[in-house]
Write a protein that binds this ligand. Sequence first.
Ligand SMILES: C[S@@+](CC[C@H](N)C(=O)[O-])C[C@H]1O[C@@H](n2cnc3c(N)ncnc32)[C@H](O)[C@@H]1O
Length: 239
Amino acid sequence: MNSFYDFIKNNKKNLITKYEIYLDVYERHLSKYKGKTVKIIEFGVNQGGSLNMWKEYFGEGTKIYGVDINPNCAKLAADNIEILIGDQEDRSFLKSVADTIGEVDIIVDDGGHSMRQQKNTFEEIFSCLKDDGVYICEDLHTSYWRRHGGGYKRRGTFIEYSKNFIDMLNAWNAKKYSRLKVSDFTKTVQSIHYYDSMIVLEKGKHEKIKTISTGEMMVDHYKIPKKNIFIRLWRAIFG
Ligand SMILES: C[S@@+](CC[C@H](N)C(=O)[O-])C[C@H]1O[C@@H](n2cnc3c(N)ncnc32)[C@H](O)[C@@H]1O
């Protein structure tokens, strides 16, 4: 199998349904693991189609954990595929999942897609990710859907929650704000990628940014003239 797209196109076994753009996103962020011995956990098993996809794409040595609330999914367990049954909203279940899986390379949340499920899963399972691991949460459009607890700029949606990741990533640059502290997240997350309905977090060592400067000055500096104080005041008040 060359690509995720190849897999879906040729799949005749367990049902799999994915938004097409996800396949490009997987390729972009997960191809580095191809042919390597990876450990992956996916929340949301359904018919087991994506479990087969991970196995075929990464290779036989891949260790896969599938988590689902549906006890019938247990029968999809196979060589190197372990199925854990429980509710991803339940923090005590998630803690037991974390104990079982230890460290993993990839975490994919394609479960029930409610706000609390996505948030609790992130908070309890993100720490299982290896230092260079990848976290993917899918179907973020539910953050805009009422029946999943969503709404535009509604407090508590996963989209609104994840916007804080942007501040956390930049905390080295905002030291004067006591509410924004450099955290483990700041030190271990290198990048955040938003796609339509999807967020991808890439872990990696993240220190305070440093400049690098080489070469010669070719142009004199330009002193930007200060604007008239009255104009600035007028603009500040009246926009
Ligand atoms: C979109 S399907 C997963 C599809 C699968 N990843 C694939 O691509 O083939 C979502 C799955 O999440 C499961 N699910 C729903 N709510 C859940 C919950 N609270 N905890 C765990 N799994 C849940 C459903 O039973 C369903 O099988």
